[in-house]
Design a protein around this ligand. Sequence first.
Ligand code: NDP
Ligand code: ZN
Length: 208
Amino acid sequence: MTSEINLERIFKAINFATRKHHGQVRKDQRGSPYVTHPIAVANAIWGLGKVSNDLTLISAILHDTLEDTDTQESEIEELFGEEVLSVVLEVSDDKSQEKMERKRQQVIHAPHLSQAARLIKLSDKLVNCRDILQSPPKNWPIARRREYIQWAADVVAEIRGTNDALENAFDQMLRDAEEQLEFTIKPFRSVNLRPWGPNPEPSTHQEE
Ligand code: NDP
Ligand code: ZN
């Protein structure tokens, strides 16, 4: 997936995301400006994944605007076009759903995502999990940090084969997480024993 980067559109997206996320902060101790996150997600796709595709990078910069700001779909369509809107919609949760249902929906939808949406999903999980290791949300106990990283591993398991460099970086992050948080990532085959499993079944088996 390569093409010339249209820097004008990239900066337009950064300006738009900066304006829309104005006043919002991340959950880390320092309360970093929110827009640092979508920029980090786009940067990892470009710098680590070596993907220089406009549609992917612009959608990555905008990936949390629909979900977390007052941005209307029509604004994205008018400013960035219907293709970008379509990718941003693919990576936006349905906020009318409960949090655990949203987690389940991400596992269910992952295999059906477009290539651009898969790259964003992969990079978003990588960046969030690295943040959880390096600058975790305030007041998150270790169990919650482990749980988030396990869920991210389950979502990423469904989109393997998207980008080797991003997946290798994600795997390295998983090894760091296992060491730092003293736990073992469970394989995807046991996903239905977890709260976000797509087909939860009562089971008498012990999870591996
Ligand atoms: P949240 O959805 O509340 O927070 C995670 C999200 O916050 C990330 O996906 C990311 O989203 C954003 N974020 C902002 N700042 C940071 C940061 N510094 N590091 C990482 N992520 C950041 O939490 P959960 O995903 O855990 O969802 C809540 C669920 O957790 C509930 O279903 C509840 O049942 C469960 N829970 C578990 C507890 C436990 O101890 N195990 C305790 C309480 C709840 P984005 O990329 O969109 O910005
Ligand atoms: Zn995000």
